[in-house]
Write a protein that binds this ligand. Structure first.
Ligand SMILES: *Cc1c(COP(=O)(O)O)cnc(C)c1O
Length: 355
């Protein structure tokens, strides 16, 4: 069962008009201005490297992150997978935080399609990986073991900005041991806005970075792998092999460019809204709300089991969508306004008042 779909007897989600949708920041819809970019897009065949929109976007993103080159992908999953396949051969191994997206939510593509083993590393709830836990999993040169080639980190993790000094230490020590280091930066821009650190400072020490345009930045589709030219050249062949070579893809790349130029700064609103939501919900005695200092656009709500389904349905009847209160994650994004937040807090209060 897909955790973002609902199995209640309510009408189909797609029939709802203007729901307030907290399931993920992937649900963001392109604005009118963004859609206008499609009309004006200068298109070509991107497999021939002739689509001006894609070329411009790739150059712009690389420069923005202070790297040499970047490559446009249909999804973050394919971008992360390609990065792992660039850095590792069959029989090699990648170290990944146990709860990271690349370990849990990418269908083990690295192992299935690339013959690359995944070695999960324990991590804290806040997302940090202990240096010794990581180092202890780097295998010695011994024919009994896989060859450890890559460390994969994630920032933000569950909406939480990872302390940059901790990341730097992990990268430095992994490099010392001859590993490459990839960053799953699906929500890197949230980390940038929250921490005030420049994008290039956040990713400078990493060998490759994947960023998503279709999360909080609001583009309909797309991710970018950002790295040096040699790695990107290898990634072009792998992307083709994985079926990610697209043709007049400037149609969506133009939206991605709009997102990078216009929608980074506004992420602050999402963080403010998440805080407002957390503050509002934490006044409800039955709920345990988690919104720490490092949190950006997500609020985690622990709701007593017996209330979960009835509350989900109560919210749904008021056109408020949440993934599931089992996980209890509410995500703020450009489709949710401050007014929506106040309304949602009222609805939660209403539900518990009626109990
Ligand atoms: C969304 C996301 C991805 C990529 O997901 P796609 O749906 O394949 O674009 C990767 N890592 C993290 C942490 C994510 O949240």
């Amino acid at each position: 069962m897909n955790q973002y779909k609902r199995n209640t007897n309510n009408p189909e989600i797609r029939e709802l008009e203007n729901p307030i949708d907290f399931r993920s920041d992937t649900v963001t819809l392109p604005s009118k201005e963004m859609l206008q970019c499609i009309e004006n897009a200068k298109l070509g065949d991107d497999v021939y490297e002739e689509d001006k929109e894609v070329i411009e976007l790739q150059e712009y993103a690389a420069e923005l992150l202070g790297k040499e080159a970047s490559l446009f992908f249909p999804s973050g999953t394919q971008s992360n997978l390609t990065a792992i396949l660039v850095h590792c051969q069959r029989g090699d191994e990648v170290l990944i935080g146990r709860d990271y997206h690349t370990n849990l939510y990418e269908a083990r593509g690295a192992s299935v399609l690339g013959g690359v083993g995944i070695c999960p590393i324990d991590m804290s709830e806040s997302g940090s990986m202990n240096l010794n836990d990581m180092l202890s999993q780097i295998k010695d040169d011994d024919p009994h073991y896989a060859v450890t080639k890559l460390l994969c980190l994630e920032n933000t993790f569950s909406g939480k900005v990872q302390p940059q000094d901790e990341l730097e230490t992990l990268v430095l020590e992994a490099h010392r041991r001859g590993l490459k280091v990839h960053l799953d930066g699906a929500r890197l821009f949230n980390a940038h806005i929250h921490s005030g650190l420049s994008l290039s400072a956040l990713v400078g020490s990493f060998d490759s970075v994947s960023i998503c345009l279709s999360k909080g930045l609001g583009a309909p589709v797309g991710s970018l792998l950002v790295s040096d030219q040699t790695i990107i050249n290898k990634a072009i062949r792998l992307r083709k092999m994985l079926g990610g070579g697209m043709r007049q893809v400037g149609v969506i790349a133009s939206c991605g460019m709009y997102a990078l130029k216009n929608n980074i700064g506004r992420l602050q609103h999402d963080h403010d809204n998440a805080k407002l939501l957390a503050t509002g919900l934490s006044k409800i005695a039955e709920l345990k709300v988690e919104y720490g200092e490092s949190q950006t656009n997500m609020v985690f709500v622990n709701c007593p089991k017996e209330h979960r389904l009835p509350l989900e349905n109560f919210l749904f009847d008021r056109k408020i969508l949440i993934a599931s209160l089992d996980r209890g994650r509410l995500v703020c994004h450009l489709g949710v306004s401050e007014k929506d937040i106040r309304f949602v807090v009222d609805v939660f209060e209403d539900y518990f008042r009626k109990q």
